[in-house]
Design a protein around this ligand. Structure first.
Ligand code: GLN
Length: 479
């Protein structure tokens, strides 16, 4: 179910022309959340009063001021690992259950300057570590299409909020697939930008060399609009490039003639279910009928991607999460007698099992006896994976691939087996390792559950992803 039948830009034009008000749209969003969130648990907190107040202030602005804001009056949801001034930012962790940031993340500031109305903070796997939103300290989120299934993760709350029609857009973060994979499971669009495209200032760090914030929307064109707003230059994040994205409308011309779509054999082999393979192959046929070409490409080092990712991300996580020691902010366990007791009790009781597992793995691969064998080796393989993509992009413009091996699985199905859970990330982590962008677009259903297709491009070519993504969206609508 979509929140808007139009695109966000069309809706904003209708607000500008006075046909509808921001207050009425925000009210509708809050009403839908009030009716549906109890069942889905997509939101951890909803700021109703704040949102209504802001909407009415926006409605009162003079017309010329309204016109300069591309998201004027639009309700949005924000993943709860992105800092919001005066509003709890928990990372779905007991450790930060009482943390109220004194500042807004840059992306939140950009949304506010563009006229958006944040309505609430969405659920996630604790500190964004997971693929199903079952690792949240505040309960699981359910899939809006079938509540017995997971919504995907870790941005499961954001994807469920858009999929359930609570909001037209939400922010997620993607370290190894956490925007694309839940988008795929909830039947919505998710875009992970090029590393460095969007400022990470105010995003609670999981693995700093992989993390990227991006939009989750119902329509590909909305994802392009959001990317334009989010990709502003920001000196507060030294890895933020000076490369703002321009959402040029030519991107959506539907002209896919001559577009070379790389088909990597390694992505369609063993382990991929027909439920996912068939809708993707159907879509590829449709794109070929519209003038695109399929070209075989090879990514031989892909088979090392999961191992490489889980070494690098745990190493970085173990370092990033060292700051949660009970001293500076967040939860403190005061039952011990000594300082060391305080540290260990705080971490023992403040962090969940998956987070602790990753800290242990990360400190192990970084320890002096094992650094060369694991971390250094993984860093080298990461380069090989990036080189595979460079070679592939000499032959093609975009790569087509699955997002996940299967449609959404049942709640509880993989929680006892972390390795099975990690393996579900096989198609998404390599884009993060290489720093390149990827988009997940709905491409059909299997047994009533949404199936997404992923397109990947070289650095800074989100325009190509949006182009082929929009062509796919339209081809499927007209099927
Ligand atoms: N599922 C992956 C992990 O658990 C990716 C998470 C993410 O992108 N935040 O690490």
């Amino acid at each position: 179910m979509r929140f808007l039948s139009d695109t966000i830009s069309e809706t904003v034009r209708n607000i500008h022309s006075g046909e509808i008000t921001s207050t009425s749209i925000v009210k509708r969003s809050l009403d839908t959340i009030a009716r549906g969130n109890e069942n889905l648990n997509a939101f951890l907190s909803v700021q109703s009063d704040h949102a209504l107040k802001r909407a009415s202030e926006l409605d009162g602005l003079p017309a010329d001021q309204k016109k300069s804001m591309p998201l004027f009056g639009i309700p949005v949801a924000i993943k709860d690992n992105i800092c919001t001034k005066g509003v709890p930012t928990t990372c779905a962790s007991h450790m930060l259950s009482n943390f109220v940031p004194p500042y807004d993340a840059s992306v939140v500031e950009f949304l506010l300057n563009a006229g958006a109305v944040p309505v609430g903070k969405t659920n996630l796997d604790e500190f964004a570590m997971g693929s199903s939103t079952e690792n949240s300290r505040f309960g699981i989120t359910r899939n809006p299409v079938d509540p017995s299934k997971i919504p995907g993760g870790s941005s499961g709350g954001s994807a469920a909020a858009v999929g359930a029609g609570f909001v037209p857009a939400a922010l997620g973060s993607d370290t190894g697939g956490s925007i694309r994979q839940p988008a795929s499971h909830c039947g919505v669009v998710g875009l992970k930008p090029t590393y460095g495209r969007v400022s990470r200032y105010g995003l609670v760090a999981f693995a700093s060399s992989l993390d990227q914030i991006g939009p989750i929307t119902s329509d590909v064109r909305d994802a392009g609009l959001l990317l334009e707003v989010l990709s502003q230059v920001d000196s507060r994040d030294s890895t933020c490039a000076r490369k703002p994205f321009s959402n040029n409308q030519d991107i959506y011309s539907l002209d896919t003639r001559g577009l070379r779509i790389g088909l990597p054999a390694e992505y369609f082999g063993e382990g991929l279910s027909d439920d996912v393979r068939l809708p993707i192959m159907n879509l590829l046929d449709m794109l070929k009928e519209r003038g695109a070409q399929a070209v075989p490409v090879s990514l031989p080092n892909l088979r090392f991607a999961i191992a490489t990712y889980y070494i690098i991300c745990t190493a970085e996580a173990s370092s990033n999460l060292a700051r949660y020691d009970g001293v500076k902010y967040g939860f403190r366990d005061t039952r011990g007698k000594t300082l060391t007791d305080m540290y260990s009790l705080t971490r023992q009781n403040g962090l969940g099992d998956e987070v602790k597992r990753r800290i242990m793995l990360g400190t192990y691969v970084l320890s002096s006896g094992y650094y060369d064998a694991y971390y250094l080796k993984a860093a080298k393989v990461r380069t090989l994976i990036a080189q595979d993509f460079n070679a592939a992009f000499e032959k093609c413009d975009v790569i087509i691939s699955p997002v996940s091996t299967t449609p959404a699985f049942s709640i509880g199905e993989k929680t006892e087996d972390p390795l099975q859970m990690y393996l579900t990330d096989i198609y998404t982590v390599s884009a993060n390792l290489a720093g390149i962008p990827g988009i997940s677009v709905p491409c059909g259903t299997a047994g009533g559950l949404p199936v997404g297709v992923q397109f990947i491009s070289s650095h800074w070519r989100e325009d190509l992803l949006l182009k082929v993504g929009y062509a796919s969206q339209v081809a499927l609508e007209n099927r």
